[in-house]
Design a protein around this ligand. Structure first.
Ligand SMILES: Cc1cc2nc3c(=O)[nH]c(=O)nc-3n(C[C@H](O)[C@H](O)[C@H](O)COP(=O)(O)OP(=O)(O)OC[C@H]3O[C@@H](n4cnc5c(N)ncnc54)[C@H](O)[C@@H]3O)c2cc1C
Length: 385
């Protein structure tokens, strides 16, 4: 839709491969997964076998050892094919990089190959029932007990939360980063352990993507399950959540471009006594505004993608990318219903347009709400960063 200079022919070939896999293995099933509010487990293994998982993870740990542009292509193709049930970027670009960057050799050997093959499903559990935005207020604890940690607490609205085999849990621990102050730690918790229970949460936005509640009651794990240093969790989250937000922004931008393209096509096809809908100034201007927003967002995202690879990516850009793309997405999804008239809420076109609207609402909430992103951008602005 927009001119891009980011990719070389090898990337284009990879995009075609991803598209082929999604078209043949996922798209024909996806409506059923949406209706069932459930994505079958075996598609993760097939995605792993097709190389869709762990593109950026080194080959020695079962990944493809490719650059972040390969990952971006997978995310964009998920959005272009209207797929949310198999949200591979959660596994590949959010969970696995935490383990790659913080894990011991033993943790990496044990977990990464299975995550890249889709044999093991992973999740990142930060949000708690009393509020996901207040990360400093987490109530889940990881108490030291000899060579073990004992976890207690509850995490909610966790992607893959009811199906994950291993969860990175953020919990308050006795020792913090600074002296003896309590601090957050990240702990790997295998869900087969006693004391952990998982429950699916039904939701209307992105219904095929598993979202779950995870309860921990005296769940004992070895101290060797600490991910990184004890008490450093907050520092790790602050530095890694930037890439998570960019990943979500790349997906949101992909959704924007798909919705825009379909809407322009449908408005052009819709006849009125004066011509097509695009012959009327109001729809044409409304679409032109959002087309322009999309073009500017695309250019910003494409500037961010190589920065991840070069290690130059800054958290403020991630907040801006996610804030802007999800705001445009919500406007576009609402216009997608309005400009289709009754067809925006009935029949197949209405089902798709209304689902787009619900899915868009998810995207300005997860990974940090728009209000929290505005706050973070505002604070960094004031400190001159
Ligand atoms: C589909 C889905 C998948 C998710 N996946 C994950 C996951 O994998 N892992 C995970 O840990 N979490 C996940 N989440 C949780 C998500 O990160 C939280 O929902 C989000 O951080 C907001 O927290 P909350 O829902 O508790 O809302 P709250 O924090 O209660 O916020 C409610 C409203 O108040 C506003 N608000 C709150 N505090 C402030 C403030 N200080 N200033 C201004 N406004 C404020 C918010 O912006 C929001 O509009 C997921 C959520 C969804 C919907």
């Amino acid at each position: 839709m927009f001119n891009r200079t980011l990719f070389d022919p090898e990337h284009d070939a990879w995009r075609a491969e991803v598209s082929r896999f999604l078209t043949s293995e996922v798209v024909p099933q996806h409506d059923r997964w949406v209706a069932d509010k459930k994505t079958p487990r075996d598609i993760w293994q097939r995605a792993g076998a097709a190389g869709l998982l762990g593109r950026g993870i080194p080959r020695q740990y079962g990944g493809a050892g490719r650059d972040f542009r390969d990952s971006a292509i997978v995310i964009e193709e998920l959005a272009r094919h209207r797929v949310h049930g198999l949200f591979t970027c959660l596994q590949s670009d959010i969970v696995a990089p935490f383990i790659l960057r913080l894990g011991t050799d033993a943790q990496k050997d044990r977990l990464l190959p299975a995550l890249c093959q889709g044999e093991t499903l992973g999740a990142l559990a930060l949000t708690e029932p009393q509020g996901g935005s207040a990360m400093s207020d987490m109530a889940t604890t990881a108490r030291n007990s000899g060579e073990s940690l004992v976890l207690n607490g509850c995490k909610t609205h966790i992607s893959n939360g009811s199906v994950a085999d291993v969860v990175i849990v953020a919990a308050q621990s006795a020792r913090g980063a600074i002296g003896d102050q309590p601090g957050l730690s990240l702990v790997l918790v295998e869900t087969e352990r006693p004391g952990i229970s998982q429950q699916a949460i039904q939701k209307c936005g992105m219904p095929a993507l598993d979202t779950g509640r995870i309860s921990l009651e005296d769940c004992v794990v070895p101290r060797g399950n600490l991910l990184g240093a004890e008490g450093m969790g907050f520092v790790y989250l602050m530095s890694f959540l930037g890439v998570e937000r960019l990943v979500l922004a790349i997906y949101a931008q992909g959704c924007c471009e798909r919705i825009l393209q379909d809407l322009i096509r449908d408005c052009d096809a819709r006849r009125t006594p004066q011509g097509s809908l695009l012959d009327h100034q109001n729809p044409r201007f409304a679409l032109a505004d959002l087309y322009s927003e999309c073009a500017v967002n695309r250019s910003f995202i494409d500037q961010c993608i190589p920065q991840v690879q070069d290690g130059r990516f800054d958290p403020k850009s991630a907040c801006i990318a996610k804030l802007r793309t999800t705001a445009t997405l919500k406007k576009l999804a609402a216009l997608g219903v309005q400009l289709r008239g009754a067809g925006g809420i009935s029949g197949d076109s209405g089902a798709a347009a209304s689902q787009d609207l619900l899915d868009a609402s998810v995207q300005s909430i997860w990974g940090g709400t728009s209000e929290i992103l505005q706050d973070l951008i505002g604070r960094s602005m004031a400190s001159g960063l």
